[in-house]
Design a binder for this molecule. Structure first.
Ligand SMILES: Cc1ncc(C[n+]2csc(CCOP(=O)(O)OP(=O)(O)O)c2C)c(N)n1
Ligand SMILES: [Mg+2]
Length: 573
């Protein structure tokens, strides 16, 4: 251990002790800064060793999403640090509390072209809530507490603390007196203005067609029970964004499922557009009203009054002028429900409309999910996952179509079920590492992860991590041999696609086996469900490489009509 005196600990030791104080029992790391990694291991903080920093950052992200606790990722200065820019940007956009502890060059070497020095402060400025360098050994606990506080108070987000290598080896002069645990999400809860809550209650009570839109902020606030109460007590219909998926039981009579950029052909919510367009009061909860969530700001009705609950007041009014309820969703909803409890009547007409939409969807999807076609249809795989899903199963998907396959075709079984997708930045390669982070946060829950072959190509190396660490996730690779979303978006926009969209064939099951994992290749529809059952029963990770249809695409509204026309024209039909 890097102690220079028996009496007082080194800065690295204080870092480890402070992490422990904040309840951190695992760090995502590759042994750098070494002094911190060693000090952590000395006091029983587990080092979960990633192969690449990109993946390490995404693991920390998945861990934070599942644990409601800030996650810690470590990295070296220079090239390693640059690889954290992408996962921290995802965490920033998706409001995830990740604390990155990054080594910096020795203080006297700053600005002398030291090995692997870079402008780290400049580099992380745009993708973090807060970035600092701790130059004073006696202030390390202050800086760490600031880092956790920044990550977890208000709107959660990523932070970076730069730790010069020489500072880490120095001895602290004074004992640390701090005792607070500052890593819980949310760290502080505050309720919106009671007068405005009354105003919101009146708007909802007077509305003819109120509608609730729940975003990812509901999960961050752990307000799923309150959103579910909007249905059960106040009889309000609830639709969610992709990030908000799982905050209500999607089989509830007033659940509209995910309604965003996914209302094309074969969408379960396709027939619910009327309910959305008819809404005269829309209650937005914990959503940044982004492009995909709102279908390019065209989905929500123009004439409606908006009420927006958000912990970040700057998100309210960004795209929809709204009655401002700045506060924690859980507390604010509890107060709103108390105002309205017993005052609203059941809405049998909306329930009927939702039931009818489900029925017509089930009729149109039936031939697809019962299809035996090879290559396989992803909708069929989702129907098989539905058969094995339990309420505690955590579903994780990579960006691209995988996100939409799980968002559209799996149904949350109770309020609070988690569907984890990289919707902050929607980058490829997040799926597997986020699944690893989620599994580490909830080891007893089965984790089912779905990724495309293009996205998975970013993180093959983490298969070795799965084997080495004995973490069990069930990974399905949708092996369609193409960058399908890219290909189809180019077809829609340009009427053709470039040569970059097609891969040579890859046997991902063999890649998994080469790393010592179970790898299964599926090319017949009947074989996926048994493989899935076997994988879930195993305490080891399994990769199921499924040969899927390169022409299949989820119900993206923007593609509706156009993509089929382009394909038909190409085939000369
Ligand atoms: C890191 C990154 N690079 C590029 C993109 C642009 N992109 C979005 S979807 C997509 C295709 C993904 O293909 P694949 O992972 O095989 O999934 P599929 O669409 O085939 O199901 C691409 C290239 C991205 N989102 N992230
Ligand atoms: Mg693909």
């Amino acid at each position: 251990m890097a102690t220079t005196s028996k009496e007082l600990p080194s800065v690295a030791e204080v870092v480890a002790l402070t992490l422990k104080r904040h309840g951190v029992d695992i760090i995502f790391s590759q042994s750098l800064p070494s002094a911190v990694a060693l000090a952590c291991e000395d006091i029983g903080i587990r080092q979960y060793t990633y192969r690449t920093e990109n993946a390490g950052g995404a693991m920390a992200d998945g861990f934070a999403r599942m644990s409601n606790h800030a996650a810690v990722v470590l990295a070296q200065n220079g090239p390693a640090a640059t690889l954290l820019v992408a996962p921290l940007t995802e965490a920033q956009k998706a409001s995830i509390s990740v604390v990155a502890l990054i080594q910096d060059v020795n203080r006297p070497q700053t600005d002398r072209n030291a090995f692997q020095d870079a402008d780290h402060i400049g580099m992380f400025q745009s993708c973090t809530k807060w970035i600092r360098r701790c130059n004073d050994p006696d202030r390390i606990a202050d800086y760490l507490d600031m880092a956790f506080t920044q990550a977890c108070t208000g709107r959660p987000g990523p932070v970076v603390l730069m730790l010069p290598a020489d500072v880490l080896l120095e001895q602290t002069k004074a004992p640390v007196k701090r005792t607070a645990q500052l890593a819980s999400i949310p760290l502080d809860r505050f309720c919106a203005d009671p007068a405005r809550i009354k105003e919101a209650a009146k708007l909802i009570a007077d509305a003819k067609h109120p509608l609730v839109v729940a975003g990812g902020g509901v999960h961050l606030s752990q307000a799923c029970a309150e959103v579910a109460a909007l249905q059960s007590k106040l009889h309000l219909p609830v639709m969610t964004t992709v990030m908000g998926k799982g905050c209500v039981d999607e089989s509830h009579a007033l659940s509209m499922g995910v309604a965003a950029y996914n209302l094309g052909k074969l969408s379960p919510a396709r027939d619910l557009r009327g309910v959305i367009e008819r809404a005269d009061v829309v209650l937005l909860i914990g959503t940044r009203t982004n492009q995909n969530g709102t279908d390019s700001w065209q989905l929500y009705p123009d004439g409606a009054r908006y009420i927006h609950i958000d912990v970040d007041g700057t998100e309210i009014g960004r795209n929809y002028e709204a009655l401002r309820l700045v506060g924690d969703a859980k507390l604010t909803l509890a107060a709103l429900i108390a105002e309205l409890d017993g005052k609203l009547k059941p809405r049998p007409a909306v329930e009927k409309e939702i039931a009818a939409a489900r029925k017509s969807y089930e009729a149109v999807i039936a031939p697809v999910i019962h299809s035996n076609q090879s290559p396989l249809r992803p909708e069929k795989l989702m129907a098989d996952i539905t058969q094995v899903m339990t309420p505690d199963t955590i579903l994780v998907a990579d960006a691209s179509y995988s996100t939409l396959w799980i968002a559209c075709y799996l149904r949350a079984m109770l309020p609070g079920q988690r569907f984890i997708t990289p919707r902050g930045l929607a980058g490829l390669g997040w799926g597997l590492p986020m699944a690893i982070g989620a599994k580490l946060a909830a080891p007893k829950s089965p984790v089912v992860c779905v990724v495309g072959d293009g996205g998975f190509g970013h993180v093959w190396s983490e298969l070795e991590t799965l084997k080495r660490t004995n973490v069990a996730v069930v990974l399905t690779v949708l092996n369609n041999g193409v960058l399908a979303y890219q290909k189809d978006a180019e077809d829609v926009k340009f009427g053709r696609h470039s040569s970059a969209c097609r891969f040579s064939p890859v046997d991902h099951a063999a890649v998994a086996r080469a790393c010592g994992l179970k790898g299964v290749r599926i090319d017949r529809a009947a074989d996926y469900l048994p493989a899935l059952r076997e994988a879930l029963a195993s305490d080891e990770s399994t990769l199921i490489d499924v040969v899927t249809d390169p022409e299949a695409y989820p119900p993206i509204t923007f593609f509706e009509g156009t993509l089929e026309k382009v394909r038909a024209a190409r085939e000369g039909k």
